[in-house]
Design a protein around this ligand. Structure first.
Ligand SMILES: *[C@@H]1O[C@H](CO)[C@@H](O)[C@H](O)[C@H]1NC(C)=O
Ligand SMILES: *[C@@H]1O[C@H](CO)[C@@H](O)[C@H](O)[C@H]1NC(C)=O
Length: 610
């Protein structure tokens, strides 16, 4: 494709030069950083106006096949003259469609703040960041293989302007290079490939190169990240981030052996990653990390006055194509992020993921404002899709306004601050306490009435007997709940034994845990029997009985599922099956268990409310 593309460009160049040749690039340095899975191209252009008229924009052109993966593009110029370092000024960049351009090119225009007069020059720094631009080749590798990727670009700078002198350097993660296109003036030194210098090239010059090299850096791609930022005027900003993360590199084939991995993780798992680091703001508190199974206690947290770092360790090392769903949450002090400006509240907080070098395909940021907030507006340093929602939680009357921002293709460069402005009447802050106070007041009055009426009932009366029976029903239901809760904690212990098995590989310990659990659950079933018999025989329990019976049945179903899952996992370990296979085999049990656990929790709540 590259060479046909180059030919078309050469033809167009002849037409173009005669039309727009006022600007030339007298010197160009381009540096491509391929040391992670995010591709960063930084270029320094010395632009000279050789025409008779002032020029107000500089055009940048990127081939479509690269532009579709462009995540971030910025241009800045250094105001200082000559060698003195002046202030860096960011310039506006926008996509444009000028006439007479070759096909398959995306063109951006950088607006210069002051026009560039005749014979004047300026130095422009351009940073372009691309995602999904390193193509794994081979596409599938085994656990023991290292990961090789392909990168394509042009050895010369593709520009609508003539370039007098230029050079390119490509930085690789290591010196292990399978192959690279060799042109005149090409050299590989350590982990860097240099092309050029090349002189006096016409507009739209293009010379395709392909580099095939080893890259085992974490290819961490969040296919979706939902960040919820909830403001409480009582002093806290609560952040909850839901990740759907995959290893975006070469797909793992032939399964995974934890035994091999544990023996030599750097050899038998070079292409995998074990953990990720989240850099949280200083003074973050109540930090947690959980996945579908529960809290993951193997994460580590440390920090000082300038930062807090959370190390996230998924339950399995991540190989190509593998996915993990998890949530991290933390609280932040409100006064560090919420300010008052011109009669409005101003939230100023970072936009993207706090995690190192994670590419986010779809980022949704939800800012939940306090109930009663008005006149909401958002200021973000790049375009985002925006809409508003309402969120209800305990004690809310009209619900909390939520501002939602959506952005595709997000890279660490987007992790900058954005602002949400809103108006808030301090009286609104008193709603919830007022509701609580009036609630307690009514409860108090009700208690007085109740106590009085109780005294007025004669102890021998039928209603007094009924009351005693009802209390007995309540006490029995409570005992049932108690037993069910003990069963659930046995379930948790069993799950924990599986987790330990995956970490330590001790099948015997896991079997012992199973035996103990079987014994306990049998005992609890015995305890339940008389309680149920009593409830079935008590007319007062008639309305609650179906729920209690359902609760007991669901818990029993959960037990059976869990035992199936447990046996399956233990059996897989005994057969030394791969982690992927184990996951596949228990997936349906796991799904059912999660659903059942919800049902049991809901039933426990319902029963609690009698
Ligand atoms: C997980 O940890 C968080 C924070 O420590 C805690 O609030 C939550 O209750 C824990 N959840 C479970 C299921 O243990
Ligand atoms: C937001 O916070 C950042 C970092 O602390 C700061 O540089 C920026 O000026 C703030 N923006 C506003 C509008 O206050």
């Amino acid at each position: 494709m590259g060479s046909r593309f180059a030919l078309i460009l050469a033809l167009i160049a002849i037409l173009w030069t005669s039309v727009f040749s006022d600007l030339i690039i007298s010197k160009l340095d381009r540096r491509i950083d391929l040391t992670s899975h995010v591709v960063r191209v930084s270029s320094t252009l010395k632009v000279v106006n050789e025409g008779p008229h002032a020029v107000s924009d500089v055009l940048l052109s990127i081939p479509d096949f690269q532009a579709k993966n462009l995540a971030y593009l910025s241009a800045s110029c250094n105001e200082g003259k000559g060698k003195t370092k002046g202030s860096i000024v960011n310039l506006p960049v926008e996509a444009v469609q000028p006439g007479g351009m070759p096909p398959n090119l995306t063109v951006y225009s950088v607006s210069l703040l002051k026009g560039l007069g005749k014979s004047e020059s300026l130095s422009l720094d351009v940073l372009a960041v691309f995602t999904h631009s390193l193509e794994p080749f081979p596409e599938e590798i085994t656990q023991a293989d290292t990961q090789l990727v392909l990168f394509q670009d042009s050895a010369v700078y593709l520009s609508p302007y003539q370039v007098t002198v230029q050079s390119l350097s490509v930085r690789l993660p290591s010196a292990r290079v399978e192959s690279y296109t060799k042109l005149q003036n090409t050299k590989l030194v350590d982990s860097e490939i240099k092309y050029g210098p090349y002189e006096s090239l016409p507009p739209f010059s293009y010379n395709p190169v392909v580099i095939h090299f080893e890259n085992n850096r974490p290819f961490a791609v969040a296919q979706e990240l939902i960040r919820e930022i909830e403001i409480s005027h009582w002093g806290n900003v609560q952040i909850t981030e839901h990740y759907n993360l995959v290893h975006g590199g070469a797909r793992n084939k032939g399964g995974f052996s934890r035994i091999e991995y544990q023996a030599r993780p750097s050899v038998r798992g070079a292409s995998s990653f074990r953990h990720l680091i989240a850099r949280l703001p200083p003074r973050a508190h109540s930090v947690y990390y959980r996945d579908e199974i529960g809290n993951v206690s193997t994460s580590h947290l440390w920090g000082d006055s300038r930062k807090t770092e959370l190390e996230i360790e998924p339950r399995y090392p991540m190989f190509g194509g593998w996915r993990t769903l998890f949530t991290i949450g933390y609280g932040l002090p409100l006064q560090d992020f919420l300010f008052v400006s011109e009669g409005k509240r101003l939230l100023n907080i970072s936009f993207g993921s706090p995690m190192d070098e994670v590419v986010i395909d779809d980022l949704i940021v939800k800012v939940v404002l306090p109930e009663g907030s008005k006149d909401i507006s958002v200021s973000a340093p790049f375009p985002t899709k925006q809409w508003e929602e309402i969120k209800y939680s305990h004690l809310d009357i009209i619900g909390r306004p939520v501002v939602v921002l959506h952005k595709k293709n997000v890279v660490p460069e987007h992790n900058v601050h954005f602002q949400v402005y809103y108006k808030f009447n301090n009286l609104s802050l008193l709603w919830e306490p007022m509701m609580l106070i009036s609630g307690f007041f009514f409860l108090f009055v009700a208690c007085i009435v109740y106590v009085h009426s109780d005294i007025s009932i004669s102890k021998s009366s039928a209603s007094y007997l009924a009351k005693l029976q009802w209390e007995e029903v309540q006490a029995t239901v409570q005992q049932v709940q108690n037993v069910i809760n003990r069963c659930l904690s046995v379930h948790d212990k069993l799950e924990a034994s599986l987790h330990d098995l995956s970490r330590m590989g001790d099948v015997q310990a896991c079997k012992a845990a199973r035996k103990a659990a079987d014994g306990l659950l049998k005992e609890y079933a015995k305890e339940l029997k008389p309680l149920l018999v009593f409830l079935q025989s008590s007319p007062q329990a008639a309305h609650i009985l179906p729920k209690v019976e359902e609760l007991v049945a669901k818990e029993r179903e959960m037990q059976e599922r869990l035992m199936l899952k447990h046996s399956t996992v233990v059996e897989c370990y005994e057969k030394k099956s791969g982690g992927r296979e184990i996951e596949n085999r228990v997936a349906s049990h796991q799904q059912k268990l999660t659903a059942l656990r919800h049902e049991v929790d809901d039933l426990l709540d319902t029963v609690d409310e009698i």
